[in-house]
Design a protein around this ligand. Sequence first.
Ligand code: NAG
Ligand code: NAG
Length: 987
Amino acid sequence: MNCHKHHLQLLIKSLFFIVFTRLTNSSNRDAAILIRVKNTQLQDPPRILDDWVGSSPNAPCGWTGVSCDSQNQNAVVAINLSGVNVSGDFPAGFCRISSLRNLDISVNNFGGAITSESISLCSHLASLNISTNNFVGALPEFTVPFLNLTTLDFSFNNFSGEIPASFVNSPNLQFLSLGSNLLNGSIPEFLSNLTELTQLILSVNLFRPSPLPTNIGRLTKLENLMSTYTNLIGEIPESIGDLVSLKNLDVSQNNLAGKIPDTIGKLKNIEQIELFANQFSGELPDTFSNLTSLLRFDASENNLTGKIPESLAGLSLESLHLNDNFLEGEIPEVLALNPNLTELRLFNNKISGVLPEFLGMNSDLEEIDVSNNNLEGPLPQNLCSRKKLQYLVIFGNRFSGKIPESYGDCISLTYLRVQENELSGIVPDGLWGFSGLEYIEFADNKLEGSISPSISSAKNLEQLLISGNRFSGELPEEICDITELRKIDSSLNQFSGELPFCITKLTKLQELHIQGNKFTGEIPKNVADWRELTQLDLSENRFSGEIPAELGDLPVLTFLNLSNNLLSGEIPGELTKLKLNEFNVSNNRLRGKVPLGFDTEFFLSSLAGNPGLCSPDLNPLPPCSRAKPVSLVLVLVLSVLAFILVVSLVWLLIKAKFVIFGRKSRKSWKIMAFQKVWFDEEQILASLKDENLIGSGGSGRVYRVEMRNGQTVAAKRLWEPKGLAEFEAGFSSEVETLGRIRHANIVRLLFSCTSERFKVLVYNYMENGSLGDVLYGDKGGFLLDWPKRFGIAMGAAQGLAYLHHDCVPAIVHRDVKCNNILLDEEFRPKVADFGLAKILKQDVKEGDHVMSRVAGSYGYIAPEYAYTMKVTEKSDVYSFGVVLLELITGKRPNDSSFGENKNIVKWVTEIALSSPEQGSGNATGSIDIDSLDQLLDPRMNKSTIRYHEVEKVLNVALSCTAELPVSRPSMRRVVELLKDHSTIRSK
Ligand SMILES: *[C@@H]1O[C@H](CO)[C@@H](O)[C@H](O)[C@H]1NC(C)=O
Ligand SMILES: *[C@@H]1O[C@H](CO)[C@@H](O)[C@H](O)[C@H]1NC(C)=O
């Protein structure tokens, strides 16, 4: 017994000893592995792992980032070093800890490639997260089974190449994210073999155009499928309907086409469907009725036709976006019963009928945008009954009747655009004065009554656009309380009385258009605070008194129209200080001598209709008489004599000229003038000399020419054409089109002269040369602070948007680059040289050198040109994206510092996408300041940098330079994105 007892004690003792040594041994071994990895595979500048030392009682379990399993002999089961700022190669050595289950090294600076040998060490892990590092090269092959792996996160790195088929060696994978890498293989069918997946994230990669796996429906446990921005093509497979667990389907911003399959109606657990910005066509399926969990549906920016299905409208969606399609028919009434609806975007379709009467009554509607459809009838009474409505955008329809009285209580409103309808009656008083209101656009309706004094409460109003209605009464003084006002357009109404003089205290005012009313009294004089006023149109009113000389001191005024009033007195000489694109004082009662500077033919029609004006040398204005009464007769006689002399001389001169230059030189010139310019083609031709040469480019040589009237112009002599008759015809009609274009951000073609030997185009001269000159010239980018750069980005975008969207037919620039964006004396951008390439192309039947000219310029050419040889608007968008990147970085598109085979687009994309703050699957997420600093032009004055704007421009640039043309935004969209208030429509 004793003996037995002794043996038992011994046994227990030895067992205890064995267990104890095993324990200490395994802990010791794990600690040793950790320390070895730390010493050989990690750099730890922040010294976060300094506590990985020594022999504390339960080391390594208390060490930073190390977790042990107390149930299992304190074995190390997890290492979590997320976001501690360590770096090095992939620390495969950690996986030598055989008890390790979870390894998380995300959000650090690890880099290099990962070999399949090193990852094989980790085949026992359940979870591996290496997201948001700088890993490069191919994804590692899984050469051994990874049977326990359920979570694999490789997102936000720079992996490239294919997704390895050996990933099927992790059959139990539930979470797989490869998003935001540079993967450029195709999306493989075998992903559908990973049948345990609940999350599959592929978004934002450079994949080759490929379809979704046909058998995607096998992933019956899948809850989240994110594949936005991945070059998907083809149709959504029918089998999508088998994804019965799916909650989020996001295949937006791809090239998917065909009909949206009926089977989408089988996704009974779906909460969000994002199909926007694809090429879907045909009708939406009417199979949505079972999708009772669906909250957000977005199929905007496709080619959908037919009606909005009742089954879709009848769901309890929070947001429904179907804008930018070809939908027609009526909006189903049932939409109004939805208790959740907050956002409704149906703009840019062909939807007809009325807005459902009860819309807004049953839900907290925040945004409704049904602009540009064929809607009609009255506005629903209840649209703002919950007092949550912020964006009311219904312009470009045929809505009629009064604006409902109830809208006068819609205090939540910030953005109100109801222009271009048939609305009538009086605007509810309250509607003028909500404190959050930023934008009021009532233009082109039949509204009447006056502007309510309550407008003084609209402290944030920036634009008040009410032209083309029947408004009357005075402009209330209260308008002067709105210090944020930038633009007032109350033209073409029936306003009367005097302009409130306090209006000159609106220091942010940029444009004041009140033409076509019945205003009386004098023009305000104390205009010194209008530092930002660029446009002033007071024409067609009954203003009297003199033109205030103070207008001549406005620093940025370029448009001044005072015509058709009752103004008297002389034209103040001070006005000649302005740099005016438009000046018109015609049809007033002005008298006296026309100031020097305005006495040119250019201004003749601007001065007409003022019988009292005189000028010594501007015909047909009468000369200014300085006659003294005594010698009146003498003067008369002398003038007659002088007149005869002048006439004879002129006649002789004309004759002489005729003889000297001959008929031929006259006849062989074809001149087209597009502006009221005084010009002299002989002088221009005489000035095409080397000493006047200011540039030479793809389309020709440019000369600076000072005209005799003091105006400076730029004359471009195109490279010698081949003299084909069709070319001549094409040239003339093109040039005529170009000549008619008027836009503040497009350089003006003044006239062209054509002969057999020359083609010369004459433009306004731009003080600061091209953006390329300024950005890369001697004074370098120092001249351009951030606000200037942003202004250039915005202006150039507007110019291009005008060419693409407002010209009929649309004009594709074909050679957008810094050298073709000119800058005036205020560094305002003017797009130049557009369409020229096309003119030149007609000249060329073959010949490589000209083709390369036609295609655009090196570094700016969109990738698709390589295989399509076609230039479209989207090629311009790409080139414009490159210009934006140059504005941010101050680097040329092919700067040698990018290294081999890299251009500015790749370089910036890599830095921006590796940014740790990029949210998962979010192509336009925020970028951290460090990455931005890495990109920013170091020559830029730091104190001027507005990071939120830089980030905005960067995001726009990245989407403009998307690989696939279809993924790039339109120029109009680019403008919207660059503007602040446009955020309401951005994703
Ligand atoms: C998977 O994990 C279990 C513990 O949960 C472990 O026993 C097993 O060895 C692991 N399998 C592999 C292949 O590592
Ligand atoms: C995926 O599954 C299919 C059907 O079971 C099989 O034919 C195919 O070989 C699998 N793919 C891979 C890469 O294992």
